[in-house]
Ligand binder design. Structure first.
Ligand SMILES: [Zn+2]
Ligand SMILES: [Zn+2]
Length: 271
């Protein structure tokens, strides 16, 4: 069994004290690859250094909708350059978040559009963050023909209607540990609904820790618990869910190289 954490923030300073140990522990749960997702320009260089130091880590380049903006020309140039790095397999996270930002949010929509345009230019898929903004997010994705770049709706917390619209755009749906929470019945319904070939799993660590570790800091290895929970919901073996979500990961993030000797490398990493 091989799992992938399709979205984590292992570069954040929450992991400064024990990053090596956390990455070693992923072996116990068969997490062979992690995508380290960028949220701002200022921390990108250190993210890239981390990813370059380990062949099982991949990077994205993006600016989170709640992160402070540069002027738009400089930002377009930054995303284009950072997005062109060989280790970078996606543009994001990007999107719209009306929950944590206030006032006139035209700047957020303009920036999101620009990120979609750059993703199309670079032919790299998008990692979409959306919160309290599903309709506008889908609207921008349609208008900017994001289908040509492809992408994933990360940490999906919307309902089946939004899931269907995202799937129609050719997008994947990624579920985080939230799906394991008792009150997450709408997301659990989505977890059963998404076709097998469009499903991804993620931790979004250090946040959103799945049951049974809820309340503690999250880490990439815990994607295993989310996989077990979803496999039970869908009535399949966890090994099967691992297989399909790992295959989906490499289908979507086409720049990410899968290692022929991944089992051997994974075992060696834990020693
Ligand atoms: Zn996010
Ligand atoms: Zn994130």
């Amino acid at each position: 069994m091989i799992l992938v954490d399709s979205h984590c923030h292992i570069d954040f300073n929450e992991f400064d004290v024990d990053r090596n140990e956390v990455l070693k522990r992923t072996v116990e749960n068969k997490v062979a690859y992690c995508l380290v997702v960028s949220v701002e320009a200022s921390s990108f260089e250190s993210l890239l250094l981390l990813v370059k130091s380990r062949s099982y880590l991949f990077a994205s380049a993006g600016i989170h909708p709640n992160s402070v903006s540069m002027d738009s020309e400089r930002e377009r140039q930054w995303v284009s350059e950072a997005g062109s790095e060989g280790e970078v397999v996606a543009i994001g996270e990007t999107g719209l978040d009306y929950f944590r930002s206030e006032g006139d949010l035209n700047w957020q929509r303009d920036r999101f559009r620009m990120h979609v345009q750059v993703a199309r230019e670079l032919n790299k898929p998008l990692i979409i963050h959306t919160r309290s903004a599903a309709e506008d997010t889908l609207h921008v994705l349609r208008e900017e023909t994001a289908r040509e770049a492809g992408g994933v709706m990360h940490c999906f917390t919307e309902d089946i209607t939004v899931a269907r619209a995202a799937l129609e755009l050719g997008f994947y749906i990624s579920l985080s540990g939230i799906v394991t929470f008792k009150n997450a019945t709408a997301i659990q319904a989505v977890a059963k609904y998404v076709p097998e070939d469009r499903l991804l799993i993620e931790t979004d660590s250090p946040y959103l820790t799945p049951v049974p570790h809820r309340g503690k800091r999250n880490e990439p290895g815990y994607v295993y618990h989310t996989a077990v929970f979803i496999s039970e919901l869908r009535g399949v073996e966890v090994a099967h869910l691992a297989d399909v979500t790992t295959r989906n990961f490499f289908n979507l993030f086409r720049g990410a190289k899968r290692d022929l000797h991944e089992e051997t490398l994974l075992a060696a990493r834990g020693t």
